[in-house]
Design a protein around this ligand. Structure first.
Ligand SMILES: Cc1cc2nc3c(=O)[nH]c(=O)nc-3n(C[C@H](O)[C@H](O)[C@H](O)COP(=O)(O)O)c2cc1C
Length: 378
């Protein structure tokens, strides 16, 4: 029988053992690393005996290895060669994201929900709990007003008014608006007693396990009575902790690929994650998904709050991670940067209307649009 390597196979070491894994099916086998050499013979359909001969390897060993790798699900047998075989569909639809994106997605599917184990609870109770807050005790601190601007715009109006703004006026963000935006999005709303996990914070956004691993760093470009610079927002003390003073507009715009919406903004907020707050409880890779979801929740609260304050938000995932992390003074390992949000006073035209990059739809744009999925793959 002919064999071919499955579409999304990864080889790596785990706990000192060489592991070959079909990420799509999550089938895996611990093998001698020489098995990677055998897998390499089966990029296209190949007969083990012939492939062995071509490669100058012992046919019997290759035959045996191929059978074992087929049993383990990392080599496909010819009976799997149908046009709509899952591997073919994966190749067709996920190819632009392969192998890393597809590997992560499929490798973390179907993980069973598991409550924290007794060992984990004991470990946490014995002092393994990460700190709830991050602070920079030696930094210069700028305390922000507690008196919050009322957020009493009707929810329906805020939801429909929210747009991504890439053009801003040259008016500074009011200090009270900046304070309200930060405290509403990132500040603690309440605290709960969570048994062995201790006291946990609640925010206006949900967070997996209330771990609230996300921190906010603020690059102030143009805000009333706040000197330009890079700050950490202290969630505990509702203050800005100075990391570096100065005008970082061109640097941040450059780190975001020169995108319109960064340099013109009044402030840029970078969401970062203190990884240990999640890994101390969630010890499986699927929790990485939770972290990104959490970032999305906080970002949506940020943009809706900004909208309710009459400010214009913008968000981007397109930034140079290492450059942004080094600017914030974080290592990108214990605490990586995840998301860049900007905010400013929206630009208006000479009639006072807010301007957007894209106008309403036209007959021309409708004419080049495929509105319905009519082919059988949708
Ligand atoms: C995760 C995420 C990443 C985004 N990245 C960018 C970006 O890199 N550049 C950009 O101009 N807009 C970016 N946007 C904004 C989207 O283009 C925008 O939300 C979309 O065009 C819909 O427009 P609206 O937000 O005004 O409704 C991003 C939005 C999200 C949610």
């Amino acid at each position: 029988m002919k064999f071919k390597r499955a579409g999304n196979v990864g080889c790596y070491w785990r706990n000192g053992q060489f592991l070959i894994r079909n990420h799509r099916t999550r089938a895996n086998i611990i093998a001698d690393p020489i098995a990677a050499r055998i897998l390499d013979l089966f990029t296209d359909w190949a007969d083990p005996q012939e492939a062995a001969k071509d490669a100058g390897l012992d046919p019997k060993s290759v035959d045996d290895a191929a059978a074992a790798l087929h049993d383990a699900g990392v080599l496909l047998g010819q009976e799997d060669d149908t046009e709509d075989a899952p591997d073919e569909r994966l190749r067709a639809r996920w190819d632009p994201w392969a192998p890393e994106g597809a590997a992560f997605h499929f490798a973390t599917r179907n993980d069973a929900f598991a409550d924290a184990s007794d060992e984990l609870k004991d470990e946490l109770a014995a002092g393994g709990r990460p700190a709830l807050f991050k602070t920079y005790p030696d930094a210069d601190r700028l305390f922000l007003p507690r008196s919050s601007t009322r957020l009493d715009a009707p929810l329906e109006r805020v939801l429909h008014a929210r747009r991504t703004h890439r053009a801003f006026s040259n008016r500074a963000i009011a200090r009270e608006h900046l304070a309200t935006l930060l405290s509403t999005t990132f500040g603690p709303k309440d605290f709960i007693a969570a048994d062995q996990f201790g006291t946990l914070m609640l925010r206006t956004s949900p967070s997996g396990g209330a771990r609230h691993e996300l921190e906010a760093y603020v690059a102030v470009f143009d805000a009333e009575d706040v000197d330009p610079g890079i700050y950490h927002y202290s969630v505990r003390d509702h203050c800005l902790e100075l990391i570096a003073s100065g005008d970082y507009r061109p640097r941040l715009a450059d780190l975001c690929g020169g995108q319109q919406g960064v340099e013109q903004a009044g402030a840029v907020v970078v969401l970062t994650a203190v990884i240990e707050r999640l890994t101390s409880k969630y010890r499986h890779p699927r929790a990485y998904r939770v972290m990104l979801m959490n970032a999305g929740h906080l970002a949506q609260t940020f943009v809706l709050t900004a909208t309710a304050l009459g400010l214009g938000p913008f968000q981007t995932a397109a930034f140079h991670d290492e450059g942004v992390e080094s600017l914030l003074g974080i290592d990108g390992i214990a605490e990586p940067a995840l998301y860049v949000l900007t905010v400013g006073v929206p630009a208006t035209d000479d009639q006072g209307r807010v301007t957007y990059l894209h106008g309403p739809t036209t007959l021309e744009s409708a004419g080049i649009t495929r509105f319905d999925a009519t082919d059988r793959h949708g």
